[in-house]
Design a protein around this ligand. Structure first.
Ligand code: ATP
Ligand code: MG
Length: 331
């Protein structure tokens, strides 16, 4: 039986962080055996907000290395660089004719980016969801493992797919965000402002290449308060986030102990942060060390990206032929 198709990408805009790991990469690794997976480094997407390309090559290598260090096997999946698959750009052109200015302007991530960089509101930024839809639809994918911040983009990808199917030929399956039947992840910044991110909130973001000291310092500074006054209270979002992180890297016994302390109003956030920092160092250090080795192995990286691009282009050109045929182009 044919395996179901999965696609997801990460922008080479900096060093990866815990949000990327838990929102995306952890699922990539879990999916690689059961699904036909296409994972890519989204270098075209990074141009929408990072026009200076001097650091781009290095960032691409870093993202590839971090994916592999986290357990992705480039022999099992297609691991490629977006710009190595030009078929995506042609599909992007066609889908742009099916996307409307009004709906693109309403996308919350677009509005955020406009607020952050009012001097660089380029057309690529506006049509980001169209390029993302092309990344997915070029492989006729069904599942897209992403964090919660991408949910709305997936809805738009479904709309574009449906419009294409309706106007031309039933060709694209509807793609859905995927997280093994649980809610999509959103790892908040440790300062409680927004999400962890490669390009924002540096002090509140735990990067996969942070030194042990940096990890400990950042967690120590994380936002807390005086603790709950009534038993079993609801946790404020920034406290919930510390528990989420603890759930990800600490043992069940440890989490249960602090949950119980919280529910009985005996929580000592200093202790919780100390334990979390210790477990986080144990989690991040091996990834950091592995990635540093892979990142410098140019021969290996160019071999696996070539392999990935070949696999991705085989599927992408098949889709593009179907698209052209459906649109009565070049036939
Ligand atoms: P940038 O700030 O440059 O946009 P980013 O950290 O948002 O970087 P992306 O490359 O845009 O990273 O996203 C890669 C993947 O990581 C996506 O699937 C996205 O949903 C997921 N992701 C990013 N940040 C988080 C987060 N804080 N929590 C959960 N998932 C996240
Ligand atoms: Mg992002």
């Amino acid at each position: 039986m044919n395996k179901e198709i999965v696609v997801s990408g990460i922008r080479p805009t900096g060093v990866l962080h815990l949000g990327n790991y838990f929102g995306a990469m952890k699922n990539y690794v879990k999916m690689q055996d059961e699904y036909d997976c296409y994972f890519f480094v989204a270098d075209w997407h990074s141009l929408t907000t990072h026009p200076d390309t001097k650091a781009l090559k290095g960032s691409i290598k870093r993202v590839l290395a971090e994916n592999i260090a986290c357990g992705l096997d480039p022999e099992k999946v297609a691991l490629y660089v977006q710009s190595d698959v030009p078929e995506i750009a042609e599909l992007y052109l066609y889908l742009n004719m099916l996307a409307y200015k009004g709906e693109l302007e309403k996308v919350p991530t677009f509005k955020d980016k406009v607020r952050l960089s009012p001097d660089n509101v380029n057309a690529g930024l506006l049509t980001y969801p169209v390029l993302m839809a092309s990344d997915i639809l070029i492989h006729r994918a069904k599942y897209v493992p992403v964090g919660k911040d991408q949910e709305q983009h997936l809805e738009m990808a479904r709309n574009f797919a449906e419009r294409f199917n309706h106007r031309y030929t039933e060709l694209f399956p509807a793609p859905y965000a995927f997280n093994f039947k649980t809610a999509l992840s959103k790892i908040l910044s440790l300062d409680g402002n927004g999400k962890m991110s490669k390009s924002e909130n540096a002090m509140g973001t735990l990067y996969l290449n942070d030194s042990d000291d940096a990890i400990i310092k950042k967690i120590k500074k994380a936002k807390t308060d005086a603790g709950p006054e009534t038993p079993n209270s609801e946790k404020p979002e920034y406290i919930e986030n510390l528990f989420t992180l603890m759930n990800l890297v600490s043992s069940k016994e440890v989490v249960d102990k602090f949950e119980n302390d919280f529910n009985t109003c005996n929580i000592r956030y200093g202790d919780l942060k100390g334990q979390l920092a210790e477990d986080m160092v144990k989690f991040i250090a091996p990834i950091r060390e592995k990635a540093a080795v892979i990142e410098n192995d140019e021969v290996y990286l160019s071999k696996i990206t070539k392999l990935g691009a070949d696999k991705a282009r085989a599927r992408a050109s098949e889709t593009l032929q179907m698209v052209r045929k459906a649109m009565h182009m070049f036939n």
